[in-house]
Design a protein around this ligand. Structure first.
Ligand SMILES: [Zn+2]
Length: 245
């Protein structure tokens, strides 16, 4: 098995923190979340796992970084712009989705001037907010996917990722205006790299019903969000020995 030894200190390759490795919920939580749909949902998940057992996607002979997020807001993000790592299958691509399909597709976050100022100062004490609040926002730069690279606040360039963390924004795809308060208008949810599950999972379910082909669905879902399907191949462990080596 190919492992990253990400948690070598704990003698583990993955943890159950969704922000770090892999989301996980207990059987009791599944019952609570799904109610009467528990059996049907678990059947779907079990079928997806067993149908693809031993398979993995490779690019250039190396297992892919299978990044996913909730909702891209219409355009996925490149791994280079988020993590500084250029991967040929994690580039920005169109991934059309609408407010009708994705819950909380657009959200707003409002901060009173004093809260806005103090939050930015907590990370950038060098920012100058001595002028009137309507002068605090300077220029904004965006990357090819429309996400914020930097916004200048009190004369200091703050990255979109920093702003997302500081103000608990759902994504870095936002606009910011001052109208007496500071108002963020945010689209999508998550870092935007790889597959957007809010849209690909429901669509996959429809394809499964119409074609009875989980494998085709899975590859299609991966390629809708990951740029270039010619970069991706499905590989299979050739033997049990290889699977554990
Ligand atoms: Zn982890």
């Amino acid at each position: 098995m190919v492992t990253g030894s990400k948690h070598a200190d704990k003698n583990a390759d993955v943890c159950t923190d969704p922000a770090c490795c892999q989301a996980w919920i207990s059987d009791a939580e599944m019952h609570k979340n799904w109610g009467d749909d528990y059996a049907a949902n678990l059947d779907k998940i079990t079928a997806a796992v067993t149908d693809t057992d031993g398979e993995y996607l490779v690019s250039g002979g190396t297992p892919i970084l299978a990044a996913f997020h909730s909702s891209s807001g219409g355009t996925t993000e490149s791994s280079a712009d988020v993590w500084g790592t250029d991967l040929p299958y994690l580039v920005s691509v169109s991934s059309p989705e609408t407010e009708a399909e994705v819950p909380n597709f657009k959200t707003t976050m409002t901060a009173a001037p004093i809260d806005f100022r103090d939050t930015v100062l907590s990370a950038h004490p060098e920012a100058d907010f001595t002028g009137a609040a309507n002068t605090w926002i300077g220029g904004m730069t965006k990357d090819d996917s429309g996400r914020v690279k930097t916004v200048t606040l009190g004369g200091v360039a703050v990255t979109g990722e920093e702003m997302r963390t500081l103000f608990s924004l759902r994504s870095t795809e936002f606009d910011l205006v001052y109208n007496g308060n500071f108002v963020f208008s945010v689209t999508g949810n998550g870092h935007g790299v790889g597959m957007g599950v809010a849209i690909s999972v429901p669509r996959s379910s429809r394809i499964i019903r119409s074609q009875s082909s989980i494998r085709r669905t899975r590859v299609a879902a991966a390629s809708t969000a990951s740029a270039s399907r010619e970069n991706l191949r499905v590989s299979k462990y050739s033997s049990a020995a290889e699977a554990v080596s």
